[in-house]
Each structure stands twice: as C-alpha cells, then as structure tokens.
Ligand binder design. Structure first.
Ligand code: ADP
Length: 220
C-alpha cells in the first residue's frame, strides 16, 4: 500500500458500518472522511437551497440526483486537505457516480487505491438500524448497543443531543435497502473488474469488523 497518499471508497448497505469505519480509517491514515450523507444532512439542517431540494428525497429513502452529489464531491476533493487522499463514505452509489469520480480523479492525475465493501445481510441490517443514533450538529453516529455514546444521549464530540434519523425508520430502511441492491451493489462488480475491490464481513462487534478491515487493507 502507498504510504504517501491514500484514496479509498467504502461500499456497503445502509447501516453496514461504513460511517464508523470511515471515521476510524480517516484518523488512522490522517486523511479526511468525506461522507455525502453527512454533508447532505448538514445542508438540510442549515436550510440551504440544496438542503431544501433533497430533504424529501432523503427522508423517503430515495437517492439524491447524481448531478448534485457529484458536484458536492467534486468541490470537496479539490480542497487542500484532500491532497494526501480521502475516505469516501456513501459515494459513489451508482455507476454514473463512479464514472464521474473516475473523471474527477483523472483530471488531477489521480486514481483510487482500493474500494472496500462491508458485507452485512439484510435481516441484520434491519435489526441494527433501530439502534442507530446521530448527532445533528456534527454528524457523528452511534449505536445504543454497539457504539454507545460516553455520556447518556449526548454526542462525544460536541455534547449535542443525539437523534434518530428520519430515514432510519423501518419502512424507509426497506426502501433504502432496495435502492442499495438495485443501484449500488452493481458497483462491486464494476470495481472488481478494475482489480480494486476488497470485501470484508461486517460483524456486530465493532472491534471484529475493524480488525477484518485493517487486515484487508494491509494485504493490498
Ligand atoms: P446510509 O449509508 O446509512 O444509507 P448515508 O448517510 O450515506 O446513509 O446516506 C443517507 C441518504 O443520503 C441516502 O439514503 C440518500 O438519500 C442520500 N445520499 C447520500 N449519499 C448519496 C449518493 N452518493 N447518491 C445519492 N444519494 C445519496
């Protein structure tokens, strides 16, 4: 694995633990975590034009347009802190997004180092999602059983009250899983064909998943 830069994409169903691993890996490799979900929820919270446009889609478990997320990511990866790489969490989610990412990187003479898929079956996803909590202010995510906040229902980073995401309700989760299988899962083959895909099983125990992820990345 290259040590001077690291560009990684995380794939996985909603609730597979992408965000948690992205946060950890970003710290480990000293590169920013770019989570389109966090950026979009922040836009909704701030009531920006983008936020107003995507609110209903997100709350109903639908994907935001490729054009909007590609614009977000294009701007973000051009920032100075992405010079040594990034961990993309939640993007790309469709083949056109993956192609757009390739173009964005190509323009800068860059390539991805790896695409890590965290695999969890659907029934486990549905039961896990009910325990998820997020901080609306800083975007950090927690789980009432698997990743408990240190202090009651408050965020470890900014002490704001944690909430349940509107789109983590069971009916919406089912729709998001469907979107994942239809639109995002084909990316696994897309990246496998490019020799970039590594897959690990997402376990309930965070430390087990983290160990599997680290091992997979060391073997790159
Ligand atoms: P999860 O991975 O748990 O589904 P995210 O926080 O990544 O959650 O995304 C939440 C929602 O934000 C998605 O269901 C979708 O509506 C929207 N979203 C995030 N990233 C993208 C993307 N790359 N393309 C389209 N929509 C996106």
């Amino acid at each position: 694995m290259k040590t001077n830069s690291f560009r990684l994409v995380l794939l996985g169903a909603p609730g597979a633990g992408k965000g948690t691993q992205a946060e950890r890996l970003a710290e480990k490799f000293s590169v920013p975590q770019i989570s389109t979900g966090v950026i979009l929820r922040a836009a909704i919270e701030a009531g920006t034009p983008l936020g107003l446009k995507v609110k209903e889609l997100i709350e109903n478990g639908k994907l935001v347009s490729d054009e909007d997320v590609v614009a977000i990511v294009g701007q973000r990866i051009a920032e100075k802190d992405c010079e040594n790489g990034f961990i993309l969490d939640g993007f790309p989610r469709t083949i056109p997004q993956a192609e757009a990412l390739e173009n964005l990187l190509e323009e800068r003479g860059l390539t991805l180092d790896a695409v890590l898929s965290i695999e969890v079956n659907d029934s486990d996803i549905v039961s896990r999602m009910s325990g998820r909590r997020v901080c609306k202010k800083c975007g950090a995510s927690y789980h009432v059983v698997y990743k408990r906040p240190r202090n009651g229902n408050l965020c470890d980073n900014c002490s704001s009250e944690l909430t349940i995401r509107e789109d983590d309700k069971v009916e919406v989760v089912m729709g998001r899983l469907e979107a994942y299988h239809k639109q995002t899962a084909p990316l696994k083959e897309y990246y496998a064909a490019k020799g970039l895909l590594v897959a690990v099983e997402g376990k309930e125990e965070l430390s087990e998943t983290s160990a599997a992820v680290d091992e997979a990345l060391e073997n790159l």
